[in-house]
Write a protein that binds this ligand. Structure first.
Ligand code: WT7
Length: 668
């Protein structure tokens, strides 16, 4: 199997963890399954009952239209607006001047105290969103259905711009601010955005990242962009501005009344709210489309069940809004709930490895949503760092993005949660729009187990199946599938409906194929083990190996490339590259450096390979498929191992020979 963080042989299927704080919410496993069964039996009514808790401009006529699978439609006929739900609804109540956002910039003064801090109430946010919506509509002519590319760091303007877009029915395409110019250009072009919103730069680990320079580079390859709005996060005075195209924020807002009000559009439930690009098994990232009503219902339900958010909570999701976690659980979820949340611009270890713990203490954070990679990084820094701070306000912790190994779970449970929190690993993906498999302390808590994802949430029919689509027995590894549509589900791939059907709905007819390996244990808990396809998770970030291979091949020195993911103690997985150079090109260390830089420039710093091996040829089957298992064995310095399931058309002898050859070359 490809690199993964969990070893299926020694998972603690029988290690039940209870704690006193959550005793009254703890359900025995059987009662939970009764509850789950009922949600599936009255599936549509179950979801409708949750949807009714939101405010709709017009109620739906049909909960689920399944007449043209897999193009499902949720809450058909219903009308709503996300900006209205997250803002207008609250400013009509006592929450009007409740804090929505406490934002910290990265820089600190000599005593370690943050120098840039902003606190925005719901009313502040509502006013800003109205102004920006007015600007988009009146100054830039943005209309319902237009796509806007947003390339912003973690600053309040990012959610503000998103809500402004959704207020008028525009479709957001947020690009992670760590992506390179090429990656940005591809996403702008694919989504046909004519407007880009960015910033001059931001702080990351004590250094300035000049974001606008990257945009300028991208726009050389994205000629369709007509306007660029630049928010001054840093106030740099040497930002190159193209006359007639680029507008500083204040200029862009010219003529917008300080008390602008823009009527929220009555959007159909099925209207797309955003596109988010994610990696798959081809060279080109796919634009995952999400609707408005279904997504809102899914996110709202999971905010209650998984995070149990109350008015006196301080919520902090440490993800970046450039990924789906930030879309659902920073931008939409907490604000639907009227919660107060923390947003932090910079690196977790700046200026010291206790920055996050200082933040938790400073604001009394009670709910923390973070990643296994972050936890493992902090584990390495040592428990003296969290011990310096009062973390006793925490009552719920969840992780997401990759499997959490039992040791990391135990470490965080003890050193962050004082063994007095509910703590789970929420499984979902860009395509699902919201959490699918998770503990749900807001509803019940099944006994915890270190490293599990727990049972599927109510309303989700999840299974682990074998090659033929039949349920795999407990304890046996299989493929994770979802057997019914769900509200937050994707609604296709931007511009490529065929690929949507092929990628997700063809492998097992009638089921959504997630692309993950999983095990179901004797209690029905799911343990997701890692990807079953050529996608890797580097520090929780999703990267396609083919995508990296095409990036390598775009370099003039490279003839062929194969990229695989191998296990890494901190990042879960890291990419390793095997490169065949063009005739006459020497494989020097200099070139290695250049190739690393090339990957940083074309994909982004997160994709930088951990190792690059120059080889004279890649081991292939007779039909030309790269024998990745061989590459993996060589890269991890492990024996070729079990040869019973070798790639087709390759004899064991051939594979062994190729393995030995490759090993010789690589160790030279
Ligand atoms: C892939 C999806 C969901 C938001 C962030 C990732 C892996 C995600 C878990 C978890 C084990 C997980 C899967 C999945 N994954 N959460 N709790 N335990 N694996 O979204 O970038 O679309 O990646 O992340 O492999 O398929 P994404």
């Amino acid at each position: 199997m490809k690199g993964m963080s969990l070893e299926s042989e020694n998972l603690p299927f029988n290690e039940y963890v209870y704690n006193d704080r959550w005793r009254s919410r703890t359900l025995d496993v059987k009662s939970y399954w009764d509850l789950h069964r009922r949600s599936i039996e009255s599936f549509e009514e179950f979801w409708a009952s949750i949807a009714r808790e939101l405010e709709w401009f017009k109620p739906w006529d049909k909960v689920l239209d399944a007449s043209n699978p897999p193009f499902y439609k949720w809450f058909v006929g219903g009308e709503l607006n996300l900006s209205y739900l997250a803002l207008d609804r609250h400013v009509k109540t006592w929450r009007k001047n409740k804090l929505a956002l406490i934002w910290e910039g990265e820089p600190v003064d000599q005593s370690g105290y943050p120098v840039d801090r902003r606190k925005l109430t719901y009313y502040d946010m509502w006013r800003e969103v109205n102004r920006v919506a007015y600007m988009l509509r009146n100054n830039f002519g943005v209309r319902k259905g237009d796509r806007i590319t947003i390339y912003l760091p973690m600053i309040p303007e990012l959610p503000i711009v998103m809500y402004a877009a959704w207020r008028i029915g525009a479709i957001t395409s947020v690009v992670f601010s760590g992506f390179s110019a090429d990656a940005l250009a591809d996403r702008i072009n694919d989504s046909q955005s004519r407007l880009v919103i960015t910033a001059d730069g931001f702080w990351r680990r004590g250094k300035v990242v000049r974001l606008k320079d990257i945009v300028d580079k991208a726009l050389e390859k994205a000629p369709g962009v007509e306007n660029v709005v630049v928010y001054r996060r840093l106030g740099l005075n040497d930002v190159p501005m193209t006359e007639g195209r680029d507008w500083f924020w204040e200029k862009a807002l010219a003529g917008v009344p300080h008390n602008a009000y823009v009527e929220p559009e009555r959007l159909e439930s099925t209207h797309p709210s955003y596109i988010l690009y994610t990696s798959g098994t081809t060279g080109k990232p796919k634009g995952i489309i999400h609707d408005t009503g279904g997504w809102a219902v899914h996110v709202y339900a999971t905010m209650k069940w998984v995070f149990d958010v109350r008015d006196d909570d301080i919520y902090w999701c440490t993800a970046d809004i450039g990924w789906v976690t930030g879309h659902s659980y920073i931008v939409l979820g907490p604000m639907l709930m009227g919660a107060t949340q923390i947003m932090y611009e910079g690196a977790p270890d700046f200026p010291q490895p206790d920055r996050w713990w200082a933040i938790i203490e400073r604001y009394g954070v009670s709910i923390l949503y973070t990643s296994p990679t972050a936890i493992r990084t902090f584990m390495r820094f040592g428990e003296e760092w969290p011990r310096k701070h009062d973390l006793s306000t925490l009552r719920i912790i969840h992780s997401v993005g990759e499997p959490i190994n039992p040791e990391a779970w135990r470490w965080a449970y003890t050193n962050l949660g004082s063994q007095n929190v509910a703590f789970g690993s929420t499984w979902w993906m860009t395509e699902t729009g919201g959490i699918v498999i998770s503990h749900a302390p807001g509803l019940y808590l099944a006994p915890m187990k270190p490293g599990t994802n727990g049972p599927p949430l109510p309303g989700f029919e999840v299974d682990v199946v074998d090659e033929s689509g039949k349920p795999a027995p407990p304890g046996v590894r299989g493929y994770l599938v979802i057997k019914r549509p769900w509200p937050g589900m994707l609604h296709g791939i931007w511009g490529d409906p065929e690929r949507y059907i092929k990628t997700y709905w063809s492998r097992f007819p009638g089921m959504f194929y997630a692309g993950d390996y999983a095990i179901r244990d004797q209690d029905g808990y799911i343990w997701v083990l890692g990807r079953a396809d050529e996608v890797i998770k580097v520090a929780g970030h999703r990267l396609g190996t083919y995508e990296l291979e095409s990036a390598f091949i775009s370099h003039p020195a490279v003839a062929e490339a194969a990229v695989i993911g191998v296990p890494d103690p901190i990042k879960g997985e890291v990419p390793i590259a095997f490169i065949v150079l063009k005739q006459g090109v020497a494989g020097t260390d200099e070139l290695r450096k250049e190739l690393r830089q090339h990957i940083r420039n074309t994909v982004g710093p997160i994709a930088e390979p951990a190792q690059i091996f120059f080889v004279s040829k890649l081991p292939k089957t007779r039909s030309g498929k790269i024998m990745r298992r061989l590459l993996r064995a060589v890269a991890t310095n492990s024996p070729l191992g079990d040869t019973t399931t070798l790639e087709d058309e390759t004899s064991v002898e051939e594979a062994k020979r190729a393995y030995e050859e490759l090993k010789r070359e690589v160790s030279q």
